[in-house]
Design a protein around this ligand. Structure first.
Ligand SMILES: Nc1ncnc2c1ncn2[C@@H]1O[C@H](COP(=O)(O)OP(=O)(O)OP(=O)(O)O)[C@@H](O)[C@H]1O
Length: 353
């Protein structure tokens, strides 16, 4: 069931057109990530959904109710939108216990003490924090503080959990754990999660749907696997993953296509319309395999350096003035090697794409 509908939202800030017609929907029991470069409008869009910013144009519906309509001049206050909000800074009250921090909003909304206590303990229990209810924030780890902040948002039993970079204060290991349990939590509770992040690994791992924003517009929307393996534009292809990018002349000959530099050429697949034109090739680094023997279809390249990354090696390769990176399991001697680059992994984008 669709719990969030955002339609053609425009927002101006300081005279600038920040959101330029953002639209998407999100379902119960799923997470949508708002992903994009710094300044692409992720936080502004989240704040519009929360009611902390008022768009000039558009419509937003939460759980079937209109909470904003630019034409009809409807604006529902944030506290009546049935949302939970989690920010980057956990903003816990330092002189209140975990239970008091979580209960605070309920108290403000006039929920009676016995009811509030029960809801707080239930919510803390769901997140595995029941045993920490009497502790104070400075007696908790960063990961536990972040869980308390999420508890505080969930205690209202919201339809939608809005999270703005909730993991960015955690170290890399905790972040990986946290994105797993946040996903499990949203799915188990059957609510709808909206996660703002600039970290593509987080968006790919945590969400059912990704909205990649560029200059306040949706550049592409889709499930993580689709957006990663079928990027519709050069921008999206280059934004996600680790890539080899080369500029050259794209030639199309019936169903086949190729890209030509001054002293190299690669067969590929067209990712946009267009006949012969200048353009770019994008090849995911993991799609290039390096061998020490030639074989049909392999390209002779020069291995210039090998860098040790711990779990694998990174190879620095050249083929004329085409420079590429690849990964592999072993140290290889510099000199001539043979690279396998599948045609379907060489994505060709004509200039305009
Ligand atoms: N109050 C404001 N007045 C003017 N411009 C603003 C205001 N708030 C944000 N902006 C601008 O709006 C654009 C989008 O900002 P927003 O914070 O939504 O981006 P973001 O994608 O969340 O970026 P980041 O990842 O850096 O947080 C930026 O160019 C920002 O400078």
């Amino acid at each position: 069931m669709t719990d969030l509908i955002v339609q053609n939202v425009h927002k101006y800030l300081g005279g600038l057109h920040i959101l330029q017609g953002a639209s998407f929907t999100a379902n119960r029991g799923s997470i949508v990530s708002l992903l994009g470069a710094s300044g692409s409008g992720k936080t502004t869009l989240l704040r519009c959904i929360a009611g902390l910013e008022q768009p000039e144009v558009g419509q937003i519906k939460i759980g079937g109710s209109v909470v904003f309509d630019g034409d009809k001049r409807v604006t529902v206050a944030p506290e009546n939108r049935n949302i939970g909000l989690v920010f980057q800074s956990y903003a816990l009250w330092p002189h209140r216990s975990v239970a008091e921090n979580v209960a605070y909003g309920l108290k403000l909304r006039g929920v009676n003490k016995a009811d509030a206590e029960k809801r707080v303990l239930d919510t803390l229990g769901k997140i595995g924090l029941g045993h920490l209810a009497e502790r104070y924030p400075d007696q908790l780890s960063g990961g536990q503080q972040q869980r308390v902040a999420i508890c505080r948002a969930l205690v209202y039993e919201p339809k939608i959990l809005l999270m703005d970079e909730p993991l960015s204060n955690l170290d890399a290991k905790l972040r990986e754990e946290a994105r797993y349990w946040i996903r499990k939590l949203v799915l188990d509770l059957g609510i709808c999660g909206v996660l703002v992040t600039h970290d593509q690994a987080e968006a790919l791992a945590a969400s059912d749907n990704i909205l990649l924003l560029r200059n306040g517009k949706v550049a592409q929307e889709g499930p993580p696997q689709d957006i990663y393996s079928k990027p519709s534009s050069f921008y999206v292809a280059d934004f996600l993953g680790a890539n080899n990018v080369a500029a050259g002349r794209i030639k199309r000959d019936g169903p086949t296509a190729s890209i030509h530099g001054s002293n190299w050429q690669l067969d590929g697949v067209m990712m946009g319309d267009g006949a012969e034109s200048q353009g770019k090739a994008v090849i995911r680094v993991e799609q290039v395999a390096v061998h020490d023997q030639p074989a049909p279809g392999r390209i002779e390249m020069q291995l210039e350096a090998c860098l040790f990354l711990g779990d694998r090696w990174e190879y620095r390769l050249s083929y004329g003035d085409f420079k590429a990176k690849a990964f592999g399991p072993k140290l290889m001697a510099a000199g001539t090697v043979w690279a396998e680059i599948p045609r379907e992994s060489v994505w060709l984008y004509p200039e305009a794409a």
